[in-house]
Structures are given as structure tokens and as C-alpha cells.
Design a protein around this ligand. Sequence first.
Ligand SMILES: C[S@@+](CC[C@H](N)C(=O)[O-])C[C@H]1O[C@@H](n2cnc3c(N)ncnc32)[C@H](O)[C@@H]1O
Length: 182
Amino acid sequence: MDKINKHFTSEYMAKRLHLIWRGPIVCQIIKELLKPKSVIDFGCSVGDLVKGFIEIGVNAIGVDGSEGAREHFIAPAENFILHDLTKPLYKIKADLLVSFEIYFLLIPDERIKFVKNVGRCCNRALISAPVELQEGLLKAMRLQNFYQVLMPTKKLQDNLEDIKHKAAVKGIYHNTMYFERA
Ligand SMILES: C[S@@+](CC[C@H](N)C(=O)[O-])C[C@H]1O[C@@H](n2cnc3c(N)ncnc32)[C@H](O)[C@@H]1O
């Protein structure tokens, strides 16, 4: 996890605390669209989405490989798992997985391992990836029996329209794909 800690330091996470305003808004939209019974956030950083889901009655767990994320985590500490998502993760499951702005950080071999973890943890997932990586994500997800469903992504965009230019929302608005397992 040295590589993760080197890039995603405590100082980096402290700065992300400025973005936690988005938590209640984004979580409410996802709750209305997809009605998740429980959520896992892969690459949760300071846990604004984990906190946002818990506050609206959806049990949520965050996974992140950064010690700094654990240090600045704003949801209950027991809802955080420190784990490198390029290594197998077996112990948690949820109805819906969300993962924003982490896939693009991984090298190709790590992306496959990350997607295998998605398959271990859920049957539906909202994952953001830059447009040029989306075909690869689609293929990797198909190998785990997940298929893209377009309508929820369109509805997510409609709901985020007013705040789509803001930091930490931009990536979700432009890059998110929704998958369900066949
Ligand atoms: C760009 S931030 C995005 C944070 C958050 N998902 C968001 O949308 O605001 C990337 C996050 O992924 C985490 N991360 C990067 N590589 C990771 C890995 N291999 N395993 C687990 N977490 C990782 C970082 O620590 C950081 O919190």
C-alpha cells in the first residue's frame, strides 16, 4: 500500500474535506434512482458518500487503501475498511457498489483485479471511468457477468445537471456507467 499512501496522503485527504458538501445530494439522488438496500464505496476517501448514505437510512461501508483516508474518515470508523483494491477482497457484500474516480488511477493489470473485486462484492454497480477507458471497463465487467444499463446513468445526469461543473461531481456526471449482473 506504499504506492497508495505516497499519492493519497493525509494532507490530500484533509483537502478533500472541502468536497463533502456533495455527500447528501449525491446519495439522495442515487437512493431515489436505484433504491439500494446497502452500499459499498470502493475508493471512498474521507467517506462523504458513506456518511451520506447512512444519514438517509442506507447501510454503507467504505473501502480505501490510504491511511490518510482512515485518519480523516467522517463516517463511523467501523464502516471503513483499509484495503488495496488490487488485492482480493472477500469479506464484504452489498446490494450496490459505487466507485468514483479510482478506476483511471490503476494500471491495466490492476484494473482487472479491481473489477474482480467488484464482482465479489455486489450484483450492481455505479462506476466512473474516463470515456477512453469505458470500453475496457465494459469488457472487464462482462467477464464478471455484468452488463451496462443506460437509463440510470441518463437519469443520474439529469439530476446532477445543476451542479455538474463542481469539483468531485464533474467526474461522476461525465464518466459514470451503471451495471447489473445478468
Ligand atoms: C481521486 S480519489 C477519489 C475519491 C472518491 N471516490 C471521490 O470520488 O471523491 C481516489 C481514491 O482512491 C483511493 N485508491 C487509489 N488506489 C487505490 C487502491 N489500489 N486501493 C484502494 N484505494 C485506492 C485513494 O486513496 C483515494 O481515496
